[in-house]
Design a protein around this ligand. Structure first.
Ligand code: SF4
Ligand code: SF4
Length: 351
């Protein structure tokens, strides 16, 4: 139904991407996506990708404009004069209702009151008019670090604020691309998909229950980890600096939906456990509280690693026997008279 609405709409020639960084965050997701190559943000904005509408990006960290020149697009969007636009959220959404004075987060000034426009107000104004909402990074998706137990701001993800069943005027659910920071190609690939969808060239984006694109978050970190074979063979380290599996020093990879070990961080390089960092579950709605304290062995890891140590030890021994045998040439390939080089001294001159 929603896709029908998009495909039946007149061909979209231009799309604005309004990117709010005024959630509670560090601008790390914007910085991260500047490293994307599949596609790069430059390719999207410069029109290098066939079939895409012209894309106008409005991001306060990357924009050349500032002050009123930058803010005018936001006021136009809120007044319904900038269509269509995709709204990108970065940073968690504070709860302005629980403060005693001032504000938690804001951008721009209300022309009528002269007061700052809070992030809550921007969401209230823009969400009904956006063709799609995309959350970049764990803070905007599920609240992230700011939303951990005891935080004073009431920080939450966009879906907590708007409702998990929220749909855009075009019928799209909120799209969550978690990670701390967002993996650059994961985000740009998702944005590209949505832009194709807006252009009527792609079916409804497939999302899981946590509103993550299924093709990016359908596998666990463990399933893409370079250290998976050590786990399978029951080889676990208890200290940093070892190439072995990190589960005993706090890696949650076996239960965390994340493709970063497979995809790397930039240009295929890095990927937490691959390069020695435990997986702390930053793509998960339960992050960080359910994964703390970070350096402890996860529950269940003791049982699975004990089983793996016993069975993996036997498998490893058997493999070593096979490996020793495979490291020798088969007997039939031993040198025979007719296979020795024609330049051997005894054959010299007989050619
Ligand atoms: S380091 Fe973590 S993700 Fe990698 S194999 Fe071990 S438990 Fe799995
Ligand atoms: S491997 Fe774990 S810690 Fe690293 S990005 Fe993925 S979910 Fe986050």
């Amino acid at each position: 139904m929603a896709q029908d609405m998009l495909t039946r709409s007149p061909a979209v020639k231009e799309v604005h991407v309004l990117w709010m960084t005024t959630g509670l965050g560090c601008d790390g997701d914007t910085i991260s996506i500047t490293a994307a190559t599949q596609p790069s943000i430059e390719d999207v904005v410069m029109g290098a990708i066939p079939g895409l509408p012209k894309v106008h990006l409005h991001n306060p960290v990357l924009a050349y404009e500032n002050g009123d020149d930058f803010m005018k697009y936001w006021y136009m969007a809120a007044e319904g004069k900038l269509e269509p636009f995709v709204l990108v959220l970065e940073g968690s959404i504070p709860n302005e209702k629980i403060k005693s004075e001032g504000y938690w987060a804001a951008m721009g000034t209300d022309k009528a009151t002269g007061q700052p426009i809070t992030t809550n107000e921007w969401l209230d104004r823009l969400a009904p008019k956006a063709i799609a909402i995309v959350c970049a990074g764990t803070c905007a998706t599920y609240g992230g670090i700011h939303a951990m137990a005891g935080n004073p701001t009431g920080a939450m993800g966009v879906a907590d604020y708007l409702g998990w069943k929220w749909k855009s005027k075009a019928g799209l659910p909120i799209v969550n691309v978690p990670n701390c920071p967002v993996q650059p190609d994961n985000f740009m690939e998702t944005l590209l998909y949505l832009l194709y969808q807006v252009a009527g060239l792609a079916p409804m984006i497939p999302l899981d229950d946590a509103l993550r694109p299924t093709w990016l978050f359908g596998k666990t970190a463990h399933e893409g980890c370079d250290r998976g074979s050590y786990y399978e063979q029951g080889q676990f380290t208890t200290e940093y600096g070892s190439p072995k599996c990190l589960v005993k020093i706090g890696c949650w990879g076996p239960v965390v939906n994340c493709n970063v070990p497979k995809r790397g961080w930039m240009a295929g390089i890095g990927g937490c456990p691959n390069v020695g960092g435990i997986c702390i579950g930053c793509t998960m709605p339960g992050f960080p509280d359910r994964f703390m304290p970070f350096m402890d062995e996860p529950p269940g890891a003791l049982a699975s690693s004990t089983v793996s140590t016993v069975i993996g030890g036997v498998i490893r021994s058997l493999r070593q026997i096979t490996q020793r045998s495979a490291n020798k040439e088969p007997k039939w390939r031993h040198a025979r008279r007719e296979l020795t080089t024609g330049y051997a001294p005894k054959n010299y001159g007989k050619q």
